[in-house]
Design a protein around this ligand. Structure first.
Ligand SMILES: [Zn+2]
Length: 429
């Protein structure tokens, strides 16, 4: 198998669970002391919760610490939650989020090294080897995607092609001329590339690995992109708050869950309503504690991402780090239409299994007098009828949404992260 024996840090990636627990215990004690002694907001939070760093003796004690969320990071804008002196900060990234109040992540040199290490492990896990050309298509800017993939590619010894987004025809020429083996980006950009390659009648024989992140994507979308681009696609995970893309891990060649880098992070899955832990195998909200970051280590951060623990056994790839399911969706993404709960990912999964249906679609939530209805527009090759689409969606969702079938290329395209869900009030265009 391609990623077998391909490690950035073999000793750590294959360490026994016992060893990892030991390390987590030591690091959790250190990080609790660090944030408590260096940041007044954290200190107040711990005090109000009735916990002090001395109460943390092992990894199990993580549940004694207070849960935190995005609001804490927003309210402390710009650097209120930083746990180091300002002159130790060497880089920052920021996400605007849906409400527009930014979340800032400052980095020390040590944090950049930690990020690079996590991301490099992902490249190697996907099968990349030193010298491979890696074409990085996310934006190099405040969004963490471009730089994270860059820092990691450098650490993994790859040949970096810092293409950034856009100008897809040039992107394809770059990939051809410089023999790109690894393509990184957001899922929707992979789709765009696939379409333009088809228009240009171009193929990229060297392209072999696709690493996609920042957007939830279904297994059937993964298959579509993999066959369209002739690659093996991987689902990378990480967010501004955890320290950026790749920090939380990725799926390996087994493709049955994302390995989380447990020497750097403790992950818990909780019931979002009660905050209590749920059993392995049960879906809940992912909570993340950063063990090795200096400038802004998150403590029991509620990600609002839904997942479950898939396995704590050693994987076929040799890695021992816990596997979680690819993210189902965000808690706030859940749609309730006519009493039925579902996530956009389920719609995508159903659509991508219909032969002839394209990779672009829209979920439009229409509200009339407080009643919500959903319309699902798809692109498809000639011959795919609305009836076929409706039937597949009824099977997947339990009710039949309305919608239209457009020719391939008929729906609007966006740069960057794809918007799939749109809200409309009655009478709006
Ligand atoms: Zn594995």
């Amino acid at each position: 198998m391609r990623g077998e024996g391909n490690f950035q840090n073999e000793k750590m990636e294959t360490a026994s669970q016992e060893k990892i627990r030991e390390l987590q215990s030591r690091r959790l004690k250190e990080i609790a002391r660090h944030v408590y002694s260096k940041n007044p907001i954290y200190r107040k939070l711990f005090d109000e919760h009735g916990v002090s760093p001395e109460d943390i003796k092992s990894v199990e004690d993580v549940t004694k610490l207070p849960l935190t969320n995005k609001d804490l990071l927003r309210e402390s804008y710009p650097l209120g939650l930083s746990c180091v002196d300002r002159n130790r900060i060497v880089e920052m990234h920021m996400s605007s989020g849906s409400t527009g109040t930014p979340v800032v992540m400052p980095y020390t040199q040590g944090d950049l090294d930690q990020w690079a290490e996590c991301m490099a492990r992902c490249y190697r896990m996907a099968g990349a080897v030193p010298g491979d050309a890696a074409q990085i298509t996310p934006l190099f800017g405040l969004f963490n995607g471009g730089f994270g993939m860059y820092h990691g590619a450098r650490a993994a010894g790859l040949f970096v092609i810092p293409a950034g987004p856009g100008n897809t025809a040039r992107q394809i020429r770059l990939a051809r001329d410089f023999k790109t083996r690894v393509l990184t980006g957001v899922v929707s950009y992979g789709i765009r590339l696939m379409e333009v390659m088809e228009e240009m009648n171009e193929s990229l024989p060297d392209l072999d690995i696709g690493i996609f992140g920042a957007e939830v994507f279904s297994d059937s979308m993964k298959k579509k992109i993999s066959s369209g681009l002739g690659i093996e696609a991987f689902d990378i995970y990480g967010m501004t708050e955890s320290g950026g893309v790749g920090t939380l891990g990725m799926d390996c060649e087994a493709h049955d869950g994302l390995h989380v880098w447990e020497d750097h992070y403790i992950v818990e899955v909780i019931d979002p309503a009660t905050g209590e832990a749920v059993d392995d195998g049960k879906t809940g909200e992912l909570v993340v504690t950063a063990l090795t970051r200096e400038a802004l280590p998150v403590i029991r951060f509620r990600t609002a991402d839904l997942t479950k623990v898939v396995s704590r056994e050693q994987c076929d790839c040799g890695r021992t780090h816990v596997k979680i399911a690819p993210i189902t969706g965000r808690i706030d993404d859940m749609l309730i239409i006519k009493g039925v709960n579902f996530f956009p990912k389920q719609v995508e999964q159903a659509l991508m299994q219909i032969p002839g249906v394209g990779a672009n679609y829209q979920i439009i939530i229409e509200e009339t007098d407080g009643m919500k209805d959903v319309r699902i527009n798809v692109e498809a090759e000639a011959g795919v009828t609305g009836y076929v689409v409706e039937k597949a969606l009824k099977e997947a969702l339990g009710f039949s949404p309305k919608g239209d079938v457009y020719p391939i290329g008929g729906l609007p395209r966006q740069e960057g992260k794809a918007k799939r869900v749109f809200y409309k009030k009655a009478g709006e265009e």
